[in-house]
Write a protein that binds this ligand. Structure first.
Ligand SMILES: C[S@@+](CC[C@H](N)C(=O)[O-])C[C@H]1O[C@@H](n2cnc3c(N)ncnc32)[C@H](O)[C@@H]1O
Length: 203
């Protein structure tokens, strides 16, 4: 899906590219790609994996190695939402104003809330199923902030995924996963919101 969403963009950065699978695929699709890794060991591995490709490889933390790059899209995938938000906090230091594709491995609710609170326009949102788990994917414009005071239910429920084919199944998974947790006032409220969302989906 990341490849498909990348189509309209020319210059793309993949932060924390690991072995560069996505970066390589994006280069094959004809994009100008920069791939980064945090540590010097990670960077050397990445560079070795991408040696035969046109992908530019840089080492550094988050957006740091990309400050001068002319970017249209930045992909941050495969990290926790806290790390992603730390990286995004530096976005105003970039010379360009790219869109961000965000695919965290954990912290869906935290990232949804941060996007909602800051009022970043969501250009696309979907859920991806991989090995029986669901992963969120957002495409946002993090430079058009419209901070808004939303009701708690809207800050919690990621209704931007309503149009995803996986939304109903994800809601069911999420409610059954939470059933084993010790209830608190907050968790009971969240469960009520999830269940009412499930009812809303029923024909
Ligand atoms: C689990 S891998 C995900 C790789 C790939 N992006 C994907 O989605 O499959 C996470 C990668 O992000 C890198 N990483 C973590 N924090 C980073 C940061 N602040 N800046 C750059 N890379 C980072 C790690 O070194 C690791 O290679």
């Amino acid at each position: 899906m990341l490849r498909e969403w990348s189509h309209p963009y020319v210059c793309i950065a993949d932060i924390g590219a690991h072995h560069g699978r996505l970066a390589r695929a994006l280069a094959e699709d004809g994009h100008d790609v920069v791939a980064t890794e945090l540590s010097s060991g990670g960077f050397q591995e990445l560079a070795a994996h991408l040696a035969e490709t046109p992908v530019a490889v840089r080492q550094g933390d988050g957006l740091e190695p990309l400050l001068d790059a002319p970017l249209d899209l930045v992909v941050i995938s495969g990290m926790g939402s806290d790390t992603m938000l730390e990286i995004l906090a530096n976005r105003h230091r970039l010379a360009s104003r790219p869109h961000f594709a965000l695919q965290p491995v954990q912290g869906l609710f935290r990232l949804h809330r941060a996007i909602a609170v800051q009022g970043w326009p969501i250009l696309k949102a979907d859920l991806v199923k991989y090995r029986r788990r669901y992963y969120p994917l957002w495409l946002v414009d993090a430079y058009k902030e419209r901070p808004q005071a939303l009701p708690e239910a809207a800050l919690f429920l990621p209704q931007e995924f309503r149009s995803s084919a996986h939304y109903g199944d994800w809601l069911k998974d999420e409610t059954s996963r939470r059933q084993v947790q010790r209830p608190t006032d907050r968790s009971q409220q969240e469960m009520a919101w999830l269940k009412s969302e499930l009812r809303h989906l029923e024909p």
